[in-house]
Design a protein around this ligand. Structure first.
Ligand code: DP6
Length: 361
């Protein structure tokens, strides 16, 4: 597939107005996307677990307008008008308009809400951009008539990527690869694909509890962070390492080796932060409580032989990953030893999910 494949022919149907609703999840990367070329073309392949409970629901209402000169839309978060979201959406519309030529023909009302608090420090761009991309695809489907499910999902992921890179991994589940990798046929820099190989039972229903260490605004926007990988002294080696880690994970997913899995996952998280610490300008996004949690997890693992591990986003919060078979023991550990590191003791219990869902009106 190339970009050209996502430019539609003329639409066979017309529609004056309507409304579509999608609910789309967040995802957590195991091999991280950090570093991009223009339009969210990633510097290296990444792979993620799709989440289940952390999601955004978006209702997109559309009505035909007189002229097609400008983009016209309004945005609401939890029922309140959010003009601060407009410039991001305007940029998104500009990037995708050649793939969705109807965008200037309608006025849109975008009503969105998240299952997680907006101020939780959990990035809503993956779930939010994927939900919006899916709504737009539903409109395109109404205008084109028949569209195959594969094309629908691929184009939704392709559009979501143009909004926010990691959003392209939120359309489906439960394991999604994005970025070309030689060992994974069909992998693409343009959109996410379902991981195509065998996955051992040990990795089914994996659990993710998100410890909310710092609910504040992000110190560094991800776009600024990605750009710091340009001229970064360690970038070239880091991109190679991501390819190597993907190759190793293919074996690990097959043979079920959770010890090898957690080494790669934790190393990826620390490498992401190491890249930020060694860029110019440099940042430390981990907080003392992030380190407190990591040390507690390592001690717990040593003492109990548990397979619990952590990963991090570009922030201070910690994702605690563990097999379903350890759910009770790890939740008890989180409650008794890790919750104290969280702001107001807050954490969110989630698990692997299977992708976005259309909600019928
Ligand atoms: C650290 O997808 O938020 O979460 O493409 O600029 O919108 P943009 O960046 P974004 O970057 C996410 C980076 C990450 C790692 C990952 O999810 O792979």
């Amino acid at each position: 597939m190339t970009e050209q494949d996502f430019i539609p022919e003329t639409y066979s149907k017309t529609k004056d107005s309507g409304s579509v609703t999608w609910s789309s999840p967040s995802n957590i990367a195991l091999v991280k996307y950090w570093g991009k070329k223009a339009d969210q073309i990633p510097e290296n392949p990444s792979i993620s677990f799709t989440l289940d409970h952390c999601k955004t629901t978006t209702i997109l209402s559309f009505s035909k307008k007189e002229s097609s000169d400008i983009f016209s839309f309004e945005v609401f978060l939890d029922g309140e008008q959010k003009d601060s979201f407009k410039s991001k959406i305007e940029t998104f519309f500009k990037r995708i308009e050649s793939y969705l030529p109807f965008l200037r023909d309608y006025h849109f009302k975008i009503e969105t809400s998240n299952t997680f608090p907006h101020s939780s420090g959990i990035a809503s761009s993956a779930s939010g951009m994927s939900a919006l991309a899916l709504c737009l695809m539903s409109i395109e489907k109404e205008l084109s008539g028949e569209v195959s499910e594969t094309y629908f999902n691929q184009k939704a992921s392709f559009l979501a990527r143009l909004g926010s890179g990691s959003a392209c991994r939120s359309i489906e589940g439960d394991l999604i690869v994005w970025g070309t990798h030689k060992g994974i046929d069909g992998s693409s820099d343009l959109f996410g694909v379902k991981y195509p190989f065998q996955v051992h039972q040990n990795f089914k229903n994996y659990q993710d509890t998100i410890l909310l260490v710092d609910k504040g605004e992000k110190q560094v926007s991800s776009t600024v962070g990605h750009n710091l990988m340009h001229n970064h002294p360690f970038a070239a080696r880091r991109f190679e390492q991501a390819h190597e880690n993907m190759s190793e994970l293919i074996e690990i997913f097959k043979n079920g080796d959770v010890d090898a899995f957690l080494k790669i996952v934790e190393s990826e998280a620390l490498t992401l932060h190491a890249m930020m610490m060694t860029s110019m300008p440099y940042f430390i996004l981990m907080k003392p409580n992030t380190m407190g949690i990591i040390n507690k997890i390592w001690t717990f693992r040593k003492e109990t032989n548990s397979k619990v591990c952590f990963t991090l986003d570009a922030g201070a919060n910690v994702h605690v990953l563990y097999p379903e078979s350890e759910k009770d023991a790890v939740l008890e550990f989180i409650k008794s030893e890790l919750a104290i590191f969280c702001q107001n003791g807050h954490y969110i219990t989630d698990q692997i999910g299977f992708g976005a869902q259309q909600i019928s009106d």
